[in-house]
Design a protein around this ligand. Sequence first.
Ligand code: 5GP
Length: 221
Amino acid sequence: MVHEVPASADTLPDTLHRRGLMFILSSPSGAGKTTIAKKLLGEDRELEVSVSATTRPMRAGEVDGKDYHFVSQAEFDRMVEDNEFFEWARVFGHSYGTPKGQIRAGLKQGRDYLFDIDWQGTQQLYQKAERDVVRVFILPPSLEELNRRLVGRGTDSADVIAARMARAQAEISHWDGYDYVVINDEVESCFAKVHQILEAERMRRTRQTGLIDFVRELTRG
Ligand code: 5GP
């Protein structure tokens, strides 16, 4: 038996074309940004990571080309010279930058990019790509908890942790330069909120470039 297809089914596209977005997550280190970023990438197929270049040494467990592109200072300087970065900054005595690479073309094709960068990088990206950028700031529930998480991570020396704690206060003072602020007191609920922000931003009318044709078809005749 042949089932009749409802008339509306032919007009309903699987997915409307939309422009991708640049989803920025910032927080003082230890506030849970990396955990949230990993969960987002694991659960959301439309999101890919923007891999920064850095001159800092690789940490145990990190992979070149996945966590960062680990480059020499000379190579980094050449990339700056050749205008290959959207933005770059010096952090903890090392250089970090966001390569333009495929991002511009990917946005047109509807790919979303996740950026794990600090407030300075966020400001620079926002200046260059205001309409594509969504800025989310993650706050720790308290400084005591932040310190506990940094020590528990076991990847950094006491000196580095002290520097990160000092820097955390400065970083937190930039909370008002973000579109959304989420307090990470519980990782699952923080993740759910961040994911909802991403989903809602995808539905923004101005990103849904396929709407014009869809609505034209919808209202035809
Ligand atoms: P970590 O060395 O712990 O991976 O990162 C140190 C800091 O550098 C973090 O606050 C991180 O957000 C920042 N960072 C990482 N990549 C970039 C980048 O491409 N640009 C900027 N401006 N900051 C970055």
